[in-house]
Design a protein around this ligand. Structure first.
Ligand SMILES: Cc1ncc(COP(=O)(O)O)c(C=O)c1O
Length: 437
């Protein structure tokens, strides 16, 4: 039922069914099958419109609103139907539908549940909360070059000091950092990385943390801010197996790599890795603030009702945007578009590397591609060259970003809908910027 909302809604209390009514009860059953148990509600009526001082539910009941979604909708300004109820006060279908989409699209056919939050950092925080609660263990293992956000726990999980952590401590405890399988910088090079990295990590975990103490291992399948680092084939799959064997929750932070960016719905799919929990944000809702935690039903539902939540998490407008964005990704095959971007960009970047020895490595997948700049003939990072190339590109009307622990990586994240002509023009500008170095 879609009544339009806003202050023009009749300002009356009008009950036409019992509370909750049959349609709300039906939707509540659907909610139970997709949304984490840890989110509880003040009133299990599904809202279809709100405005002024009333909330209208899907059964047509008009309720007086003395809650304002926990003190948010103080004035009656609403878009189309309603901007906010607070899912913990009164649920709505959009939230459930986004959870259903996340459960369906994230890797693995097992039974899943999701919870929606506001930001990537909050999603990572909740993934750790849930893993700790479900396992009764404390330790969290993360990796060199990791970026997981700017809240206290996620700063602790993030590797790079400046600008993310400098002066902001003390940080949350029980976070242990392991070497990342970083082919370009692994001692002995990419082949040694492939052969050794997993064993090195397992041995260090055993010696320094103890498998039985670990709630979760959290990793970005392709590291983002740390430099678009792609671990060698087998590393993620080996880590997932290791987690399974030791009852550790394997968390894939797909906040940057997810939603078609790398040429699959999620980067883990490339190697058929099935994480226990996936965190999502960024690409999920076309720019509106929304994030998700999706995981095995038994993990997610180990949390007691009321244990998860937040005032704005899964805001109805953001949910509507997410459903629209996901539909577009599917209809327009944006994963295929990302693979097309890789096909268009990679050969040109490799060619550029041949004539510019400052480019030490070309890597990435789909539309998540980077070049790492070094002093020619070495692996010594050259952040100044990266800054210079970025500056020249900016001056010529192209936005490119730098990243990497050493600030020496140029990353390319074009919109998945970018046209071929524009992409090629961008590569020309990049090529000119290297020539001008
Ligand atoms: C992999 C990863 N995790 C977490 C975050 C934090 O997300 P947010 O900035 O929405 O808190 C980011 C943001 O860049 C990210 O790339």
């Amino acid at each position: 039922m879609s009544t339009s909302g806003g202050p023009s809604l009749p300002q009356i209390r009008n009950l036409v069914t019992e509370i909750p009514g049959p349609r709300s009860r039906e939707l509540f059953d659907r909610r139970q099958r997709s949304v984490a148990r840890g989110l509880s509600h003040v009133l299990p009526v599904f809202v279809s419109a709100a405005g002024g001082g009333v909330v209208v539910d899907v059964d047509g009941n008009s309720l007086i609103d003395f809650g304002s979604g926990i003190a948010v909708t103080s004035v009656g300004e609403q878009v189309a139907q309603f901007t906010h109820t607070c899912f913990m006060v009164a649920p709505y279908l959009g939230y459930v539908e986004v959870c259903e989409q996340l459960n369906k699209r994230t890797p693995g056919d097992h039974e899943k549940r999701s919870a929606l939050l506001n930001s990537g950092a909050e999603a990572v925080e909740n993934a750790v909360k849930i893993a700790r609660h479900a396992t009764g263990r404390d330790a969290v293992v993360v990796f060199d070059h990791a970026y997981h956000g700017r809240t206290n726990l996620t700063m602790a999980m993030t590797a790079k000091n400046m600008p993310y952590k400098e002066g902001f401590g003390p940080f949350a405890g029980e976070v242990y950092r392991m070497p990342m399988a970083y082919p370009f910088r692994w001692p002995g090079g990419p082949a040694a990385c492939r052969a050794e990295a997993l064993d090195v990590v397992k041995n260090l975990i055993h010696a320094q943390v103890g498998e039985e103490n670990i709630a979760a291992i959290v990793i970005e399948p392709i590291q983002g801010e740390g430099g678009f680092i792609v671990p060698p084939d087998g590393f993620l799959a080996g880590l997932a197996d290791y987690c399974r064997a030791n009852s550790i929750v394997f968390v894939a932070d797909e906040i940057q790599s997810g939603f078609c960016r790398t040429g699959d719905w999620f980067a883990c799919e490339y190697e058929d890795v099935v994480p226990d929990i996936v965190t999502t944000a960024k690409g999920i809702a076309g720019g509106l603030p929304l994030a998700g935690v999706t995981g095995r039903a038994e993990l997610m539902d180990s949390v007691h009702p009321g244990g998860l939540g937040g005032t704005y998490g899964g805001n109805p407008v953001a949910c509507a945007a997410a459903l629209g964005a996901i539909e577009t990704m599917e209809k327009e095959d944006l994963a295929g578009a990302a693979r097309g971007i890789e096909v268009a960009m990679m050969p040109r970047l490799r060619e550029l590397a041949l004539s510019n020895p400052v480019i030490g490595d070309v890597r990435g997948r789909g539309a998540m591609i980077a070049v790492e700049l070094v002093k020619p003939g070495t692996i010594e990072p050259d952040a100044a060259a990266a800054a210079q190339v970025a500056k020249t590109c900016h001056g010529n009307g192209m936005i490119i970003l730098t990243c990497g622990t050493y600030g020496n990586v140029l990353r390319f994240l074009p919109p998945l809908v970018i046209g071929e002509a524009l992409l090629n023009e961008g590569l020309d500008i990049l090529s000119d910027a290297f020539s001008a170095l």
